[in-house]
Design a protein around this ligand. Structure first.
Ligand SMILES: Cc1ncc(C[n+]2csc(CCOP(=O)(O)OP(=O)(O)O)c2C)c(N)n1
Ligand SMILES: [Mg+2]
Length: 420
C-alpha cells in the first residue's frame, strides 16, 4: 500500500469540504503515480449513522456552491490538478554504457514480461528491428496483439524452449528485459542455463522487478523513453546483426506455432488450451481478455500466439494468486467502452474463490463474459509428482468441489451455456 490516511471526522463546512476533496485528489494521484498501487483511507463517522441535521450546520449543497465559486473551477474538474513530470530521458552516461553493450552483442534477445504501457509497443519493435534482436513477448506484454509490426515478436517460445538441443544451440550474448517477470517456466530455465550472459533489466517502476537473481544490470528508466533514446542514436549503434541468430529464433517460432496450430485441431474440442486458439480468432478490436492464474495464464502463453486486432490482455500476476480475479475482471469491464467486450478465462477454484465478486455485476449492470474452465479442482497440480499418489492426491491437491456453478451465476442475474 502506498499511502494511509486516518481521515478527519466529516463536517458540513467549506474548510472540511476543501480538506476532503484535496485528500481525494491526492489519493487518486497517488494510486496512478509510478509505481501504480492502492492507497488506504480510513473514514470515521459520528453516531447516529443516519442523515440527521446537525444544529447550526447546513448540509453540503450550499457549502458546495460556495466552494466551487471560491475555487473558480467548473463542477466536474478535479479539485487540484496533479501534473506528473517524470524523468523520462536517461542520463547520457547511462545511455553511453548501454550503447556500448548493445554495440558489442551480435546474439541479443529482448524479453518483454507483463506490461501495461501501450506507449512501449512501437519503440520496442522498432528497436528490435534495428538491433536484429528477437522479442520474446509474454502474453501480458501487449505485444502479441495489435496492428504494429510483429516480425520480431515471438510467441511460441514457451513450447520450443523445452527442447534441449535448441537451448544448447542458442547461446545469447546480451539480454534486455522489460516489464515484470514473464510467466513462462521454460524461459526462466533458459535464463538460468545462461546465467553468465549479461542480463539487463529495465525497470520503469523504480523498484526491483527481478525475482531471479540473474540480473547483471538494473536500469531505473522509463522503458519507452529508453528505447526511443537508443533509436535516436541509431547511427551510433550500428550493431553487427547476426542474421543466422535471428533466423534461428524466427524459424523455431514459426515451426512451433504451425505444429501446435495443426495439432490443436486434432485435440478433443474441450482441450483447455483450445479456448485461447478460438478466442484469438473471435475477439474484436478493443476487446479485453482477462486471464486467471493457474493453468489459464499458462495455456494463454502457449496457445494465444497473436492477433492483428487491438486486444488488451490482462491478468493479476503478482504472486500468482487465484483470489479476487472475478472482481478485477469486472473492474476492467467497468472501464471498457461500448462494443469493447471483456472476456475472463479462469479455472473453477479461482471462480469459486471470488464468486461473491459477481454481486458487482448485478449491482452496477457490468458486462463480463466468463469462460469457466471447470475441471473440478486444481488441474495444475496434476503436473506435480504428487499426482502419482492417487490415494491422497484429490483430497490434498486436486480439492474438487463438485459444484454446479450455473445456479450461482443465475443467482447473480447472469446466464450460462455449458459444454461437456
Ligand atoms: C489465494 C491463493 N490460494 C491458493 C493458491 C494455490 N493455488 C495455485 S493454483 C491453485 C488451483 C487453481 O485451480 P483452478 O482455478 O481450478 O485452476 P486449474 O488449476 O484447474 O487450471 C491453487 C489452489 C494460490 N495461488 N492463491
Ligand atoms: Mg480447475
Amino acid at each position: 500500500m502506498k499511502w494511509f490516511v486516518e481521515v478527519a471526522l466529516p463536517e458540513a463546512t467549506n474548510v472540511a469540504l476543501r480538506y476532503i476533496r484535496t485528500i481525494a485528489v491526492r489519493a487518486a494521484a497517488s494510486v496512478q503515480a509510478n509505481p501504480a498501487g492502492p492507497v488506504h483511507l480510513n473514514f470515521p463517522f459520528r453516531e447516529p449513522l443516519t442523515p440527521e441535521p446537525i444544529p447550526g450546520q447546513s448540509l453540503p449543497p450550499v457549502a458546495q456552491r460556495d466552494l466551487v465559486a471560491w475555487q473558480g473551477r467548473p463542477d466536474n474538474a478535479p479539485f487540484v490538478e496533479v501534473r506528473e513530470a517524470p524523468l523520462d530521458v536517461p542520463a547520457a552516461t547511462t545511455m553511453g554504457y548501454l550503447m556500448d553493450m548493445v554495440r558489442g552483442a551480435r546474439r541479443g534477445l529482448i524479453i518483454v514480461g507483463p506490461n501495461d504501457d501501450l506507449a512501449l509497443v512501437e519503440p520496442i519493435v522498432r528497436l528490435a528491428r534495428h538491433l536484429g534482436y528477437p522479442i520474446l513477448a509474454d502474453p501480458l506484454s501487449q505485444l502479441r496483439c495489435g496492428d504494429h509490426d510483429q516480425v520480431m515478436v515471438l510467441s511460441s517460445y514457451d513450447a520450443f524452449l523445452r527442447i534441449d538441443s535448441f537451448i544448447e544451440s542458442a547461446q545469447p550474448e546480451l539480454i534486455l528485459r522489460f516489464g515484470a517477470m514473464p510467466t513462462s517456466k521454460p524461459l526462466l530455465l533458459y535464463l538460468k542455463r545462461y546465467a553468465s550472459c549479461p542480463l539487463v533489466i529495465i525497470d520503469g517502476h523504480g523498484g526491483w522487478e527481478e525475482p531471479t537473481q540473474l540480473a547483471s544490470e538494473l536500469f531505473h528508466a522509463n522503458p519507452a523513453a529508453l528505447c526511443q533514446a537508443l533509436l535516436d542514436q541509431r547511427e551510433e549503434i550500428q550493431p553487427s546483426v547476426s542474421q543466422a541468430w535471428l533466423t534461428t529464433w524466427q524459424d523455431a517460432d514459426k515451426l512451433t506455432r504451425q505444429t501446435l496450430q495443426y495439432a490443436v485441431q486434432d485435440f478433443n474440442e474441450l482441450f483447455e488450451g483450445r479456448v485461447f486458439t478460438e478466442l484469438a480468432g473471435l475477439l474484436p478490436d478493443g476487446a479485453t481478455l482477462y486471464t486467471g492464474n493457474s493453468m489459464p495464464v499458462r495455456d494463454l502463453d502457449t496457445f494465444f500466439w497473436c492477433s492483428e486486432h487491438r486486444i488488451r490482455i490482462m491478468g493479476n500476476r503478482g504472486a500468482s494468486g487465484i483470489d479476487g480475479v472475478v472482481s478485477s475482471a469486472l473492474g476492467a469491464s467497468a472501464g471498457a467502452g461500448p462494443n469493447e467486450p471483456t472476456v475472463l478465462v479462469l479455472g473453477d477454484l479461482s471462480f469459486f474463490h471470488d464468486l461473491n465478486g459477481l454481486l458487482a455485476a448485478r449491482l452496477y449492470q457490468l458486462d463480463l463474459i466468463i469462460v469457466l474452465i471447470n475441471n473440478d479442482g486444481g488441474g495444475i497440480f496434476s503436473f506435480l509428482p504428487q499426482a502419482a499418489y492417487p490415494e491422497h492426491f484429490e483430497q490434498l491437491y486436486g480439492t474438487p468441489t463438485g459444484l454446479d456453478f450455473r445456479l450461482a451465476v443465475q443467482m447473480y442475474g447472469g446466464w450460462c451455456t455449458a459444454w461437456s
